[in-house]
Design a protein around this ligand. Sequence first.
Ligand code: IMP
Ligand code: MG
Length: 183
Amino acid sequence: MDSLHVQDDLKHVLYTKEQIQDRVKGLAEEIDADYAGRDVLLVGVLKGAVMVMADLSRALQSHVTMDWMAVSSYGSGTQSSGVVRILKDLETDLMGKHVLIVEDIIDSGLTLSWLKANLISRGPASVEICTLLRKPDAAKVEIDVKYVGFEIPSEFVVGYGLDFAEKYRNLDFIGTLAPHVYS
Ligand code: IMP
Ligand code: MG
């Protein structure tokens, strides 16, 4: 869906589909260079990372395998608590693998720091993180994120996989919602 069809719901467009594609290609080049000659397992975090996983994996010029996890963090409202429950686990044995977690956004960073520790406990050769978006609050948690698409302000964003109440995931761009949508 493009911005014309949801313009009444939006405050503004943050990144167009062209800007997203350019940045994702840049990330893929970095990842190709860093992992040259090594087998990489991309671990996508459902559901938000579906779009970035689809585009990033196709922009890579090396073989990768892909697997998916679904997690939910307990907590009230929109605040992440850091207590995470696995809704769908990986099918892949991580022993000796180079794992790259692919995420849509890091806000508090609590979900990802839990996830990274969980994956490390399974004996992989390495675990790194690639996120399309990162908000400033992420700085409060000590988590090393190797690949970041865009640093964004602390605003609620939707589109390109990101939802508000499960809606707007299929926008081909990233935007901020108008206040009347969530108030
Ligand atoms: P945290 O980093 O543990 O706070 O949680 C990050 C998760 O919260 C992401 O994976 C998203 O699912 C969700 N999230 C955080 N900020 C936003 C946003 O601006 N729009 C949509 N989802 C968000
Ligand atoms: Mg997510």
